[in-house]
Design a protein around this ligand. Structure first.
Ligand SMILES: Nc1nc2c(ncn2[C@@H]2O[C@H](COP(=O)(O)OP(=O)(O)OP(=O)(O)O)[C@@H](O)[C@H]2O)c(=O)[nH]1
Ligand SMILES: [Mg+2]
Length: 254
């Protein structure tokens, strides 16, 4: 498991705010909303704005009601349900996210396939967890700021689901941060958790304004750490010094 990299060290931070990125972000929008992509679809760029696509599987883990389905909807730009409808099985959704690499100014579309499994379905069916973990590239461990028990459970989940030797990016996401008046989890607990586990903690919550500002920190960090993970793997496999994760098993769609 590679240590997390500082934000902005591999990709251009806040690139989504620059005029240069506009043409790329337009391709993931339709009538000012996020475009829905089919299983085999990718954003198509004109030849002078070439951008490869790299695919990653991301599993969202956490207790029932912490907000796994809401987070998937938030990241994909879908409607976030106000009520808790238990996810009765497994749902996947696709998120495309363009980033610019600092090293060579190359633009890549990250294709995140989000795997969201209802917690009760996970308990009931033994095959769910192995399916979610199979060839997974990143796991988001969720807790809710309004439920201290869900925060306490994160350490157990991380030890149970992952092993330090796994090639997987691990992030913790605290949901319902908008309900901070009712928060059950203190900042010092979060700081201590980050020190002990060496895993970054992100905070999400509230309405999505329609812009990318709210989801950009998490999606950029995912892209950056997944790319770094592939670079570390490529160099340990004695590939050339320059990082070319496409030389590994990572599928790049041109
Ligand atoms: N205020 C607020 N409510 C949220 C947030 N995230 C989720 N919720 C609410 O929390 C409830 C549960 O969210 P879900 O996403 O359905 O929970 P889940 O983790 O998918 O639950 P299971 O499918 O049962 O495992 C819903 O009513 C959501 O609207 C948030 O960030 N802020
Ligand atoms: Mg759900």
């Amino acid at each position: 498991m590679a240590a997390p990299v500082p934000p902005g060290s591999i990709i251009v931070a806040d690139w989504h705010r620059s005029p240069e990125s506009r043409e790329f972000f337009k391709k993931i929008l339709h009538k000012k909303k996020r475009r829905e992509f089919g299983l085999l679809e990718t954003p198509v760029m004109p030849p002078h704005l070439k951008a490869d696509t790299v695919r990653y599987k991301v599993f969202i883990s956490g207790k029932s009601g912490v907000g796994k389905t809401a987070l998937a909807a938030r990241l994909a730009g879908h409607h976030i349900p106000n009520l808790h409808y238990e996810t009765t099985g497994l749902e996947t959704s696709v998120v495309f996210w363009p980033v610019k690499l600092r090293e060579n100014c190359r633009v890549l579309f990250f294709h995140f396939q989000l795997w969201d499994c209802g917690e009760n379905a996970m308990r009931r069916f033994d095959h769910m967890l192995p399916s979610c973990k199979e060839q997974v590239d990143a796991i988001l461990f969720l807790f809710s700021f309004t439920d201290h028990g869900s925060f306490e459970d994160i350490s157990n989940q991380m030890s149970r689901i992952t092993d330090p030797s796994d090639r997987v990016v691990r992030f913790v996401v605290g949901t319902k941060f908008d309900l901070f008046m009712h928060t059950d989890v203190t900042e010092s607990e979060i700081t201590r958790f980050q020190e002990v586990w060496g895993v970054p903690v992100f905070r999400v919550g509230g309405d999505v304004s329609g812009g990318f500002g709210e989801i950009a920190p998490l999606l950029n960090a995912l892209a950056e750490n997944l790319w770094h993970q592939d670079c570390v793997h490529a160099s340990s496999a004695s590939l050339p010094h320059v990082c070319h994760p496409e030389d590994t098993s990572r599928e790049v769609i041109v």
